[in-house]
Write a protein that binds this ligand. Structure first.
Ligand SMILES: [Zn+2]
Length: 249
């Protein structure tokens, strides 16, 4: 098989033996791929300062003769995003986005829309545009949409009403939607309380283009609720903990 080429974001880097690295990337044309970068631990010119977390690269690769991994032959920096590795808050946020893509995608299953969303979010974080938490919320909501897991926030799943006076709402990860306190007075499973304000904000995010995100204002309470919902719902669907959530303040 001849050499292939793609745009790629570095999701994870691990040392391998004395001289190699195992690098997982999300590529535009081929989805997630695990590469072996021979000699990358030693200072080899072709990889120096390139196989860093979050970097956007143009890569050349081919199947490896000695393992099931792809062999990374060349990497050229398109956008290194150094600021994401120098600021703790940005590092945690970028790590979360990359870990989500790592767990939510299968190898060799490409999705150009998800790739562009990830690049957009990393660019936004690196340029310090707007709130970090707002970028995380927007990314996660849009990612669920792209992957076909949009939570139903249009109204209670049983009575279909949203916003009846005095009624409280909870989100049920199990049922992928809202239940109200009239239909289900007792909380069940791992459902989470959601205020009407947060529900309406999340619905706006679901239908919003990313260029208009700057217009949305999240209160601290809505930010916390939205992040808690996404963490709980995502972990439920993945059936695993996404580690980076625990570092988010
Ligand atoms: Zn109801």
């Amino acid at each position: 098989m001849s050499l292939q080429r793609s745009l790629a974001i570095v999701l994870q880097v691990k040392d391998h033996g004395d001289s190699d690295k195992i690098v997982t990337m999300y590529t535009l044309e081929h989805g997630k791929i695990v590469f072996i970068a021979k000699g990358a631990k030693r200072s080899q010119k072709r990889f120096v300062n390139k196989l860093e977390l979050f970097s956007l690269l143009t890569i050349h690769f081919a199947p490896s003769r000695h393992s099931s991994l792809m062999r990374l032959d060349q990497a050229d920096l398109v956008a290194p995003f150094p600021g994401l590795r120098q600021n703790y808050e940005l590092y945690i946020a970028a790590s979360l986005l990359c870990e989500l893509v790592l767990h939510w995608t299968r190898e060799h299953d490409s999705d150009a829309e998800l790739f562009r969303l990830l690049v957009w979010a990393l660019e936004g974080l690196a340029a310090a545009e707007g709130s970090v938490n707002r970028t995380i919320i927007f990314f996660h909501v849009k990612m669920l949409d792209i992957l076909g897991y949009r939570p139903d926030l249009t109204g209670c799943l049983d009575c279909r009403v949203l916003g009846a006076p005095g009624v409280l709402y909870r989100f049920s990860p199990l049922r992928n939607g809202l239940v109200c306190s009239r239909c289900e007075p007792q909380a069940t499973g791992n459902s989470q309380p959601l205020s009407l304000q947060t529900i309406q904000l999340l619905r706006r995010v679901q239908d919003m283009e990313q260029e208009k995100l700057g217009r949305l204002q999240f209160s601290l309470a809505a930010t916390r609720e939205a992040l808690a919902l996404l963490k709980g719902y995502g972990n439920h669907l993945l059936q695993r903990e996404v580690q980076s959530w625990s570092f988010l303040s």
